[in-house]
Ligand binder design. Structure first.
Ligand code: TK8
Length: 359
């Protein structure tokens, strides 16, 4: 194999050069499902729908959003088109949701965690170790309990359609290998400064683990790590890879401490401008894109971890006992937050999870 200069995946549109062997940009991904269903041949108006995303062009989220656009355009003979703006270039999750409210952006697909500003109960997804398997996670995302939370955006100026997968979050840092909560807290040395999403439950998790949690918008994380303002962050392997975090993070730990979803959503102002036939199509395409995204995210997950290792990140796998130590340490998060999120909702989700485990 020849060592060559190559362009790595880009962050926020800036190309960086690294010396290394050529790596595939994406895993062998499933092709998008065929676009089926009736084509609307009647001219019901033409619209360009602008979608802002936090993640890069190589992310499962971006690829599925392209598919969403292809569905809309093929099934309206090109009258509905979608323009996707990746890399937080239009703003971070919180800003883009505000832009939906004012109508200055048509669509975005934020994590549930910052969306708790609008629907508090979405914080159920921030509870650590709630969704232990992907099968359980998908069953929850498709459940009435979860779908009812999307209806609660009514009256906010935002219309929420479906859940995508963000995925199992893993810890990375630039200081030391982490095998236990003690490694996070540091004991004799200082605790790791960890960027968290802008969400109080996420903050509680990292406080419970003895870190110095620092809430921050996603788009600022790479440079904050590069400049040493923070030691680490947590995100799914695919995001860590497609955002080039391995360039500034030497250590990863497979903690799987939280599974967070994304929500595909539209400005109500845009929605109101669409003919009812187009509205129906948008909802259908959003659901199809969601199913495809979950499939892509699943395909990306272990592949990304392996790619990160190949690119030099030292990744610590944790056995069941080691995971249990993290679970014990974050128990106070449940005590503090389950009553505030709603004990009934938490119990309902836990029951759906239990049902999938007993099958
Ligand atoms: C991207 C974010 C991101 C999330 C985070 O817009 O903030 O860490 O996991 O992927 O939604």
């Amino acid at each position: 194999m020849h060592a060559i200069w190559r362009r790595t995946l880009t962050l926020a549109g800036t190309a960086t050069l690294t010396l290394g062997v050529a790596h595939a940009q994406t895993p062998d991904l499933s092709a998008p499902p065929p676009i089926e269903g009736e084509v609307i041949t009647e001219d019901l108006g033409s619209h360009t729908i602008r979608v802002g995303l936090g993640l890069a062009e190589t992310s499962p989220l971006y690829i599925s959003t392209q598919h969403f656009g292809n569905i809309l355009s093929e099934r309206t003979e090109g009258r509905l088109t979608v323009n996707v703006f990746p890399n937080s270039q239009l703003g971070d999750d919180a800003q883009m949701m505000e832009m939906l409210q004012t109508g200055s952006l048509d669509m975005t697909i934020p994590s549930t965690s910052p969306a708790t500003t609008y629907v508090e109960e979405l914080a159920v997804f921030d509870l650590p170790f709630l969704l232990p398997t992907r099968e359980a996670a998908v069953a929850v995302l498709e459940s009435d309990a979860a779908l009812d939370l999307l209806d609660k955006f009514d009256g906010t100026g935002i219309k929420a359609f479906a859940y995508h997968e963000n995925g199992y979050r893993q810890l990375t840092n630039s200081v030391r290998p982490v095998e236990s909560p003690d490694d996070v807290a540091g004991l004799d040395v200082s605790g790791l400064t960890i960027r968290t999403m802008e969400n109080p439950v996420q903050l509680s998790i990292w406080e419970a683990l003895g870190a110095n949690p620092t809430p921050m918008a996603f788009g600022e994380v790479f440079s904050a790590m590069e400049q040493g303002v923070i030691d680490g962050q947590e995100n799914p392997w695919s995001t860590i890879l497609t955002s080039n975090f391995h360039e500034v993070q030497d250590y990863g730990s497979e903690t799987r401490h939280v599974y967070t979803p994304f929500i595909i959503m539209m400005s109500e102002r845009t929605w109101d401008r669409l003919d009812p036939a187009y509205q129906e199509l948008v909802e259908e395409a959003a659901r199809e894109a969601a199913a495809y995204e979950i499939q892509l995210a699943t395909e990306y997950d272990d592949w990304s971890r392996n790619q990160l290792e190949e690119r030099g990140m030292q990744i610590t796998r944790l056995d069941d006992d080691q995971i249990a130590a993290f679970q014990d340490a974050v128990q106070p998060v449940y005590e503090e937050w389950a009553p505030r999120i709603g004990e009934d909702l938490v119990a309902e989700i836990q029951q759906i999870v239990a049902d999938t485990m007993n099958d």
